[in-house]
Design a protein around this ligand. Structure first.
Ligand SMILES: [Zn+2]
Length: 186
């Protein structure tokens, strides 16, 4: 009987543990605080991550819905993952096009490809990390067939002319996406 209680307790606790993961070494699309908890991604999000991986010719990175403000690249159980806020992504989808969420997922791929979520990421200037990831986003968008307008749509929606400590002003970010886009087109 005791053993049965123990086993049921484990079965009950394991899913809870999986949902209360603490994110670390986060790189976000537009800054903000981070919450906890993970949920399974929508089919559309998985398809978008697959499409970005193919465009960049890299391995698929797992994607989850979670308590982040917009979208983030992070590490869970030593695996690179992308966590997105479903309300934010839906708002992007509605006010932009199908391309706006993809450009954000591609940006998070950029953080992983540039090792920003590793120990060494902390030695890079925050703006450098963001601009390099924007470059990768632009490159992926061009390869997926997006126009330059579509590649920069998400940044236009979220426009900030001042930037912050962690994120550059939008004109700089638009320039980085554009440079990546032109590189991806060739
Ligand atoms: Zn970022």
């Amino acid at each position: 009987m005791k053993k049965l209680i123990f086993v049921s307790l484990i079965i009950f606790l394991v899913p809870i543990a999986a949902h209360s993961q603490t994110y670390r070494l986060l790189c976000s699309w537009a800054g903000g605080n981070f919450g906890q908890g993970l949920n399974q991604p929508t089919r559309t999000a998985v398809q978008a991550s697959n499409q970005v991986a193919r465009a960049l010719e890299v391995d698929y990175i797992s994607i989850y819905q979670g308590g982040v403000l917009n979208a983030s690249a992070t590490v869970l159980n030593n695996e690179p993952v992308i966590v997105y806020n479903s309300n934010f992504m839906n708002a992007m989808f509605r006010s932009g096009s199908q391309w706006a969420p993809k450009s954000i997922i591609a940006h998070e791929y950029g953080h992983h490809l540039n090792y920003d979520t590793t120990y060494y990421g902390q030695f890079k200037h925050p703006w450098t990390k963001e601009l390099q990831s924007d470059f990768v986003s632009g490159l992926a968008m061009a390869r997926m067939g997006a126009t330059l307008e579509e590649a920069t749509r998400a940044l236009i929606i979220q426009f900030s002319s001042f930037g912050s400590q962690s994120h550059p002003d939008t004109p700089r970010r638009l320039d980085a996406v554009s440079q990546g886009w032109y590189r991806g087109r060739t």
